[in-house]
Design a protein around this ligand. Structure first.
Ligand SMILES: [Zn+2]
Length: 172
């Protein structure tokens, strides 16, 4: 019998991200940013999505660091605006939003809640064993129809069992 390796639920970068939040001296700002949702999937916060990387404060100056799910993702401009609006409504106006491209975002950074919400929206994610499961019927026999789905960060797939087409959230 072979020893099956335990696949970690979150990777090292995501553990660091969680530590940055839990050790932060400005937890209230992270909490304000929990109001900011993915513009395309409005039930998932940018924290659950793995996009929100860091929040630091120096005096009144706040720096927010985000990593896009996809380097050309047009939703990032909307997310930046939404961050500024959310902080402004909390009285925080001296804000810079930095985009950090490395390390690149992966679907490993999605929280389990985010993955469940995506599934409810009919969007699949790649499992840690590289399988893709139809969000409608749970079948793992699927076929890529197009490299791009409804947005650049998604690919269009079809289930070979129930024949429903669905979006796959790409890992990069
Ligand atoms: Zn199906």
């Amino acid at each position: 019998m072979s020893i099956v390796e335990q696949i970690p639920l979150t990777n090292a970068e995501n553990i660091e991200r969680e530590n940055r939040r839990s050790n932060s001296s400005c937890l209230e700002i992270w909490s304000v940013l929990d109001q900011v949702k993915d513009p395309e999937i409005p039930v998932i916060t940018i924290w659950e999505l793995g996009v929100l990387q860091n929040v630091t404060r120096s005096g009144d100056h706040v720096t927010v660091t985000i990593t896009p799910t996809y380097s050309g993702c047009p939703a990032m401009e909307v997310i930046k605006e939404d961050i500024l609006v959310a902080l402004s409504s909390a009285g925080i106006n001296d804000v810079v939003v930095n985009t950090q491209l490395a390390p690149a975002w992966t679907t490993d950074w999605l929280s389990s809640k985010a993955k469940a919400s995506l599934k409810e929206f009919g969007i699949a994610t790649i499992n840690s064993d590289n399988t893709i499961v139809c969000p409608q019927c749970g079948c793992s026999k699927t076929n890529q129809i197009s490299e791009f789905g409804s947005t650049y960060c998604k690919a269009l797939y079809q289930c070979l069992e129930c024949h429903e087409a669905f979006d796959l959230f790409k890992s990069h």
